[in-house]
Design a protein around this ligand. Structure first.
Ligand SMILES: [Cu+2]
Length: 141
């Protein structure tokens, strides 16, 4: 694993404990237990990936494009579950593609309802290896 410490952080932290979120910006989302996960998008990867969360967690991904404009598109269906028709990730709103300008941060929020692997990928062309820029969100039971 490339960033083993991040995995421990993801499991253990909620917004109140996330060390690199200033207290002022954390206040608005402290009422519910929202798990904030900071993600970077850069040529040609998302970090961390896979992203691991527990079933039943309200998750907020704060995705920063560090080097170039990128995009984020995630499937609300777990791998192999499309036939069942129920979405395992529940979004209040989800554009087909969340565009992230260079040096900007976009927030994607959802409830991780059903365990499974949810693939995501870059959806804004960002260079010759754009198609390989993808990752997984894993919801653990
Ligand atoms: Cu791209």
């Amino acid at each position: 694993m490339k960033y083993p410490w991040i995995y421990a952080l993801l499991v253990a932290t909620t917004v109140s404990l996330t060390s690199d979120v200033p207290p002022s910006s954390a206040q608005s989302s402290m009422s519910d237990s929202v798990q904030v996960i900071e993600v970077t998008a850069s040529k040609y990867e998302f970090n961390p990936s896979p992203i691991r969360v527990k079933q039943g967690t309200k998750v907020q991904l704060k995705i920063t494009a560090t080097d170039h404009v990128h995009g984020f598109r995630i499937s609300p269906f777990a791998d192999g579950s499309e036939a069942k028709g129920s979405q395992g990730l529940v979004f209040s709103s989800l554009p087909d593609c969340v565009k992230i300008e260079k040096a900007q941060t976009e927030i994607v929020e959802f409830m991780a309802r059903t365990p499974g692997t949810y693939p995501f990928k870059c959806c804004v062309h960002c260079g010759w290896r754009h198609r390989s820029m993808k990752g997984d969100l894993i919801v653990e039971p």
